[in-house]
Every structure is written in C-alpha cells, then in structure tokens.
Design a protein around this ligand. Structure first.
Ligand code: NAP
Ligand code: ZN
Length: 352
C-alpha cells in the first residue's frame, strides 16, 4: 500500500476537498504511475453529486488520465518506467465473458471496474478512486500508450473519455465521406465529436443552444451550425441526416432531432442526464424506420486505436487548464455550459 493525495467529495452536496487515500502495492501485472493531467468529465460531476444514484463516498472522480510510469510489475511487458501512458474510464473487467473476448470490456457481462466509484474485480464492497490524485496503480491491460508530443499531454487527457465516447459510435455507425452527421451539444464530448467526425470525412453539422460557440464549431471542422432552440433553423434540416450523435447532459425533446434523420437514419445517445428525457413519439421512428440507440465509452483496443488516430491526424482537445483547488468552480461553470471545451487539472498543483 502507498498513500496518495487526492480530491474527494464526502457527500452529494459537499465541495470537493483534499483527502489522503491508499493505492495498492503494484502486483506482477500492474503499472504504477504519477498522474500528470486529468480531464474533468460531466460524469465526474454526476457521480460526485450522486445524480445517477449509487455513489459510494468518498468519491474521487477523474477518468481522463495521462501519467508517467514510475514502476511496473515483473510480468508487465508493454510498459517501462518513464513511459507516458493513459488511463480512461475502466481499470479492469472479468476478462473471460464474450464481451471481454470481443474487446468490448465496457459491456463486460460481469461488470467492468470503473476508474472510480466501482468495486474491484472479485472484491465486493471495495471502491476505486479516480484521477483527481497524484498517483495511480492500474492493471497493464487497461493502460494505454500515448504517442502525442510531450507538449500536448494536457490536451490529450480528454481523449481518454470524451475522445473514445464519440469515436466509438462514429466508427460503429460507419461515419465517413458522403454522410451528413449531426453532433448535439458543444461541450467536452461534443467538441471531440465534431473534430473526429470531420476528420473521418463527414459533413458535420453542430447543434448548439449557445450562439457564441458558432465560430469555434466551424474552426473545429463543422460545416454548418444550427441553434437547436430555433425551430425555423431546425426545420431546414428535416429528413436529411444519416447519423446524429447526441451528447447533451440534460433532459430535452428528442423528437426535435429524430425528425431530422432520413430513412434508416440513427440518433445515438451518449449524454447521460440525471433524469429521463421525455419519451419520444413513436411515429417519428416508424414512418422512416429511424433508430434511437445508445453507446458507452469504448473498449481498450478501440481506445488505443482512437489515440493513435488522433495522434496521426493531430487531433487534441481544446482545453482550459486549472489548478486542483479550482475544481468546484469548474463544476459550476460546466453546469452553465461555460467550458471551452474541457477543463484539465494540472496535477502538479495538487502538491502545491
Ligand atoms: P459538458 O461538457 O457539460 O457538455 C454538455 C453540452 O450539452 C453543453 O456544453 C451544452 O452544449 C449542451 N447542453 C447542456 N445543457 C443543455 C440543455 N439543457 N439543453 C440542450 N443542450 C444542453 O458534458 P460532457 O462531459 O460532454 O458530457 C455530456 C454527457 O455525456 C454527460 O451526461 C456525461 O455524463 C455523459 N457521458 C457519457 C458517456 C458514455 O459513455 N455514454 C461518457 C462520458 C460522458 P451547447 O452549449 O452547445 O448547447
Ligand atoms: Zn467521462
């Protein structure tokens, strides 16, 4: 066991504050790392405030982690001391069900181990602590290689959740040239979705509730920007989309987007609001064989593929770097959609 410094919520309405936690002694298959940067995902806020239910306190959030390896177990072959590595939303899974065998650990039939707020495999009652911390120990098979330039590491951190959560459904629904693709919401996930879908060759349309994000979306690769609160603007796109990726973190009217899909078009939800969306009407679905789907992060193999894809194409997150003690203000700004476009904690500020 070793002591690590962290930032934690002690109950749903508490501000996050310093906490000393224990990390396990690295086993033969483990990689120990110092955390350099950790992105701030809206899921961190949902969990810290128990908005989904099931939070176990103290909650140490953080699952967009870039670190430097400090030690490796005897049987670790892929990493060595000094390597730059990433850790995303999962740190383990059963490794033997059919989903795990298919590199889809996020759908592990026995439940994957989340990077935070999750029991370790085979240890009911235990609880993982995430990346708002200076040190972490993770099983080798859940550690990712980072090949981006050292100067870009803070802007790489958000790829570990926001990047893979948008890349995976864009790949699953085979987005590419000739496709008209909508991204709903220009937050952490949405801005990665715009960048990745544009590089995949799609005609990208951003739907936003914030008119002041228009120029940024165009710079990131969107060809058109639609204010989703403006019915006339929305109506111009009725029945024209092959695919829509909806990243919004709050309940809203899904029908307004479903009618924009063409025959056999799909809208995939990745946003996970604390309370349900109003149920969409059936007729918008059946009249054009439209589909409403969901998607959860991505498997480890696909996460590595996404990191390599982003390194190759120069894709980074647009970030605002913060100190660890600014996290509570960052959460309030995230709730106001006032993030451009991901907060990333510089973990060197935790010691300070
Ligand atoms: P975020 O940075 O807060 O972005 C959400 C965006 O949604 C906002 O920037 C805003 O964009 C839009 N929005 C917010 N409130 C809205 C409202 N009332 N009506 C319409 N649009 C609204 O959050 P994030 O980190 O990207 O996460 C988004 C959601 O995805 C969260 O619920 C999170 O838990 C979930 N998530 C899911 C997965 C998964 O695997 N499925 C993984 C990670 C996160 P505009 O200003 O452009 O409108
Ligand atoms: Zn996340």
């Amino acid at each position: 066991m070793s002591q690590a410094q962290a930032y934690a919520a002690q109950f749903p309405s508490s501000a996050l504050a310093p906490l000393s936690i224990k990390r396990r002694t690295p086993g033969q298959l483990d990689v120990a790392m110092d955390i350099l940067f950790c992105g701030v995902c809206h899921s961190d806020l949902h969990t810290a405030r128990d908005e989904w239910g099931g939070s176990i306190y103290p909650v140490v959030p953080g699952h967009e982690i870039v670190g430097r390896v400090t030690a490796v177990g005897d049987l670790v072959s892929k990493f060595k001391v000094g390597d730059t590595v990433g850790v995303g939303c999962m740190v383990d899974s059963c490794q033997h069900c059919s989903a795990c065998a298919d590199d889809l650990e996020q759908y592990c039939e026995n439940g994957f181990t989340g990077t935070y707020n999750s029991p370790e495999q085979g240890k009911p009652g235990s609880n993982t602590y995430g990346g708002y911390s200076n040190h972490l120990v993770v099983r080798e098979s859940f550690v990712l290689k980072i090949s981006h330039d050292a100067a870009d590491l803070a802007a790489v951190a958000p790829l570990l959740c926001a990047g893979i959560t948008t890349y995976s459904p864009l790949r699953q629904w085979k987005v590419g040239p000739g496709h008209k693709v909508g991204i709903v919401g220009l937050g952490g996930l949405g801005h990665m979705g715009v960048k990745i879908a544009a590089v995949m060759g799609a005609h990208v349309v951003l739907f936003t509730t914030s008119d002041n994000k228009r120029e940024d979306a165009l710079r990131m690769g969107a060809k058109e920007v639609v204010n989703s609160k403006n019915a006339a603007e929305m109506a111009q796109h009725t029945g024209t989309f092959d695919f829509i990726l909806n990243t919004v973190a709050a309940p809203h009217n899904l029908d307004a987007f479903l009618v924009l899909l063409k025959l056999d078009g799909t809208m995939t939800l990745v946003g996970a609001p604390a309370s349900p969306h109003p149920s969409p009407g059936v007729f918008n679905l059946i009249m054009k064989r439209r589909r409403l789907a969901g998607s959860l992060i991505g498997g480890i193999r696909e996460t590595q593929e996404m990191l390599d894809f982003c390194a190759e194409h120069g894709i980074l997150s647009d970030i605002e770097t913060i100190r660890m003690d600014e996290i509570n203000t960052a959460y309030e700004r995230m709730l106001k959609s006032d993030v451009k476009y991901r907060f990333v904690v510089d973990m060197a500020t935790l010691a300070a």
